[in-house]
Design a protein around this ligand. Structure first.
Ligand SMILES: *[C@@H]1O[C@H](CO)[C@@H](O)[C@H](O)[C@H]1NC(C)=O
Ligand SMILES: *[C@@H]1O[C@H](CO)[C@@H](O)[C@H](O)[C@H]1NC(C)=O
Length: 365
């Protein structure tokens, strides 16, 4: 429980952290991977395994299905992230030796016949990996009592990852377009008002319906397949010209906050206007004054009026950028960090036996 509670208290003390931040450039914004080896979230059966083996921490992690069929170059976890004792492989012939096996949900669903046919070796952990929301994760109901650990964006996952965890070890201005830091007239650097990059347009989605109502009152520049072309083919370059970015999620679920916020808005330096889970859920992950929530307003019209007010009042607008003095935005290395964090979680839980009993119920909750 220590890992989880340390993590929770960090979150709980965002304000203290912010006070300390000038001294310690903390990246509270989103921690790297925090293995919640003992998190209660996924309805687990657990019991301690008695293992006095001193070599137990040397782990072989088999990537059975990598996300989206990728065959990535696998990282050296010790060198890249200081996580020792991990060997990663994609060689399925290593199955019987592997301490843990990672399976990415999408491929599992597409090729269930490729599930390992050999019995699961004693002590081996199967890790369920998924970063899509429940709305886009078919076949969840077939997966009860199959996995031992979860790896997802859901808080309380054994291996918890925010989509693109901001953080900065080196003090680089990763999150700030050139010249932004310390500028008094930040607003002047964003000549345009509201942008939205969207590739899957679907009239059924709440975000599209909200957009139609919003655009009666304020201009929104839409980029994507059927709309404006990105500047230099670059999402970041395009959005960094804007004061606001619509970080609207494609479906609304607990903790489902994606790169639309982390990457598109925060990294580009625009203030995110979010549509997704409730405000409190966002505040679990980032400072309350780092974003504007559509539910903060009684109507799209009131939201539009507020955005136009901020446009005319650079000082007020600047309040939404003030958090950047204390936090910076880290760009995660997909998926290398994920795998090394998974290995760390397997090490941390090596003495534990557990089963994810109700995957769908948990993930949907
Ligand atoms: C596009 O990229 C080039 C080269 O990196 C840069 O000089 C130019 O300013 C960019 N264009 C815009 C509109 O940002
Ligand atoms: C992993 O889960 C399986 C399936 O429920 C279970 O049989 C096995 O004992 C678990 N292993 C560990 C190490 O927790």
């Amino acid at each position: 429980m220590a890992v989880l509670s340390a993590y929770m208290s960090k979150r709980g003390c965002m304000r203290c952290l912010r006070r300390l931040a000038p001294l310690v450039p903390v990246l509270m914004l989103l921690m790297l991977a925090v293995p919640h080896a003992l998190a209660p979230g996924a309805s687990l059966d657990s019991e301690d395994l008695d293992s006095g083996d001193s070599d137990a921490q040397v782990m072989l992690l088999l990537l059975w299905w990598a996300p989206f069929g990728n065959k990535p170059a696998l990282p050296d976890c010790a060198m890249s992230y200081g996580v020792r004792g991990c060997t990663l492989t994609q060689d399925r012939a290593e199955y019987s030796r592997a301490n843990a096996v990672i399976m990415h949900h999408r491929e599992l669903v597409q090729e269930p016949e490729e599930l390992p046919q050999l019995p699961r070796p004693e002590g081996q952990k199967w890790i369920w990996m998924n970063f899509e929301s429940p709305s886009h994760s078919p076949w969840l109901d077939g997966l009860d009592r199959l996995f031992n650990l979860t790896m997802s964006y859901r808080f309380g996952s054994d291996i918890f990852f925010v989509d693109n965890p901001p953080m900065n070890h080196h003090g680089n201005n990763v999150g700030l377009p050139m010249g932004r830091r310390g500028s008094d007239s930040q607003a002047d650097q964003h000549p345009a008002l509201v942008a939205w990059v969207i590739s899957n347009w679907n009239e059924e989605q709440e975000r599209v319906q909200f957009y139609w109502r919003l655009r009666r009152y304020i201009r929104v520049d839409i980029y994507g397949r059927r709309a404006l072309r990105l500047v230099n083919e670059s999402v970041l370059q395009t959005i960094s010209n804007y004061k606001f970015y619509l970080a609207f999620e494609n479906s609304l679920h607990t903790d489902y906050i994606t790169e639309k916020l982390w990457h598109n808005a925060l990294q580009a330096g625009a203030v995110p206007v979010v549509l997704g889970p409730p405000r409190e859920n966002y505040e679990r992950f980032l400072p309350p004054d780092a974003f504007i929530h559509v539910h903060d307003f009684k109507s799209p019209r009131a939201l539009a009026a507020y955005l136009m007010y901020l446009d005319r009042n650079p000082t007020e607008y600047g309040r939404y950028l003030a958090w950047r003095r204390d936090y910076s935005v880290h760009v995660a290395s997909f998926w290398a960090e994920h795998y090394c964090a998974a290995c760390q979680a397997v090490q941390a839980s090596r003495k534990q036996k557990k089963t994810v009993k109700h995957l769908e119920i948990w993930f949907n909750s």
